[in-house]
Design a protein around this ligand. Sequence first.
Ligand SMILES: Cc1cc2nc3c(=O)[nH]c(=O)nc-3n(C[C@H](O)[C@H](O)[C@H](O)COP(=O)(O)OP(=O)(O)OC[C@H]3O[C@@H](n4cnc5c(N)ncnc54)[C@H](O)[C@@H]3O)c2cc1C
Length: 221
Amino acid sequence: MKYIVKLIHIHQVTHNVKCFRMEKPEGYRYQPGHATDVSINKPGMEREIRPFTFTCLTREPYLEFTIKRYPDHHGVTDKLHQLTIGDELIIGDSWGAIEYKEPGYFIAGGAGITPFIAILRTLFDEKKTSGNKLFFSNRTAEDIIYKEELLKILGENVVFVLTREKIARYIHGRIDEKFIKEQMPDFSKHFYVCGPDPMVAELVAGIQNAGASPDALVFEK
Ligand SMILES: Cc1cc2nc3c(=O)[nH]c(=O)nc-3n(C[C@H](O)[C@H](O)[C@H](O)COP(=O)(O)OP(=O)(O)OC[C@H]3O[C@@H](n4cnc5c(N)ncnc54)[C@H](O)[C@@H]3O)c2cc1C
């Protein structure tokens, strides 16, 4: 099914990330963590389809995406960031492999935080964040999406990791197998992973090598 939805609200989240809210078609359903195929309803752009993840609570009267712009791709995210209120998107039905199962470790890289935003907002809304911990990797502190909100939701159970900047109170370095063994010792928990493809591949292998059961791993395949 295809739906044409009008943008009703846009705001800047970080220097290269915007939040887009749009009309919600009657009866539209999705699970926190799920995505859909998106294109811009303008001549020549309708078939340029990219996936984006819903970030708002499912009970909201609107739909929401949180989208990072890649100016050097000259692609769809660049065009999306030029849209204004009243412009339209074409979206499909929702789909996805990332869903919350049980408490665990969430590991995100950059815009890979988006499915976890939907899940963590939902857990917070339902007062069920206990037992969950987020490790969120970015290049620099100014790249961290929804930093204040994540601190509000998870308190001391959010760890920000920076790969290209050394700042007090942030961990500097990469999340690798050694990091997993040191920071995520409880292998009875679930592991939720989302980020750039090479990061996900490396972490999924690392988590399994470190001793987690494949059933405990949740990621977009
Ligand atoms: C399931 C899923 C959910 C997603 N959810 C979100 C989300 O909620 N928020 C979000 O921000 N992102 C999300 N993404 C990622 C998002 O889909 C991509 O960022 C988006 O497709 C990039 O589109 P683009 O047209 O700007 O660039 P691309 O489609 O990546 O590239 C356009 C063109 O740029 C060129 N190009 C590609 N890579 C490079 C490069 N590194 N340098 C220079 N040129 C390059 C290529 O010629 C390519 O044809 C999700 C991805 C998946 C798979």
